[in-house]
Design a protein around this ligand. Structure first.
Ligand code: TMP
Length: 204
């Protein structure tokens, strides 16, 4: 029985989701909630090792199927070690990226069939899906500018690629408006945070 709440943060590079997820963590902790923040790919030892392979600029030969399966492998381990146990204990679990990232980056971005991603995703996640997804939408040039000069293997991809990812998120948000809350990532940090808090209060 999963008593907790699973809240994911999504968006393209530099959209502000990591900042917002950390702010929400502190806010919920201060309110006395049992809360935890994890990130993808990563979050546990095996998945962090897979993250290093995925983001290594030297891995130029990695094909899209290998890339998709490595993101899924990292996810499967995190779900088993952290997501399920925490949700069973009633934790409000915040996750910086989840399956929607694979749909946006490998599906819309690299052209991997979304149906295939969803079925492998079901296997990797054991059917665990977010109760709420906060999607911060931001112009991709602005996002990459915020990230600075140091780029990983994914960030180094073309503007065309990053725009496909962003449009993928916009499409998903349109299709699932109940689960995915889209927020303009160019708004001031505190305005974004207030909107997130207002939504979280209605669900907790
Ligand atoms: P981060 O920069 O938000 O930590 O995410 C790491 C990178 O991995 C980022 O460029 C997005 C990318 N990514 C995918 O391409 N597919 C996925 O399934 C996930 C979780 C991340």
């Amino acid at each position: 029985m999963l008593k907790g709440k699973f809240i994911t943060f999504e968006g393209s590079e530099g959209c502000g989701k990591s900042t917002q997820s950390r702010m929400l963590l502190e806010h919920l902790k201060a309110a006395g909630r049992q809360v935890k923040l994890i990130r993808e790919p990563g979050g546990v030892a095996i998945s962090e090792k897979i993250r290093a392979i995925l983001l290594d600029k030297a891995n130029t030969a990695m094909n899209r199927e290998c890339e998709t399966l490595l993101y899924m492998a990292a996810r499967a381990q995190l779900v088993e070690e952290v997501v399920i146990p925490e949700l069973e204990q009633g934790t409000v679990l915040l996750c910086d990226r989840f399956l929607d990232s694979t749909i946006a980056y490998q599906g819309y971005g690299c052209g991997v069939p979304v149906d295939a991603i969803r079925s492998v995703g079901l296997f990797a996640t054991k059917g665990i899906a977010p109760d709420l997804t906060i999607f911060l939408d931001l112009d991709v040039e602005e996002g990459l500018r915020r990230r600075g000069a140091e780029r990983d293997r994914i960030e180094l991809r073309s503007m065309e690629y990053h725009n496909k990812v962003r449009n993928g998120y916009l499409d998903m948000a349109k299709k699932e408006p109940m689960r995915i809350m889209a927020i303009d990532g160019s708004l001031p940090r505190d305005v974004i945070f207030a909107r997130i808090c207002a939504r979280i209060e209605t669900m907790l």
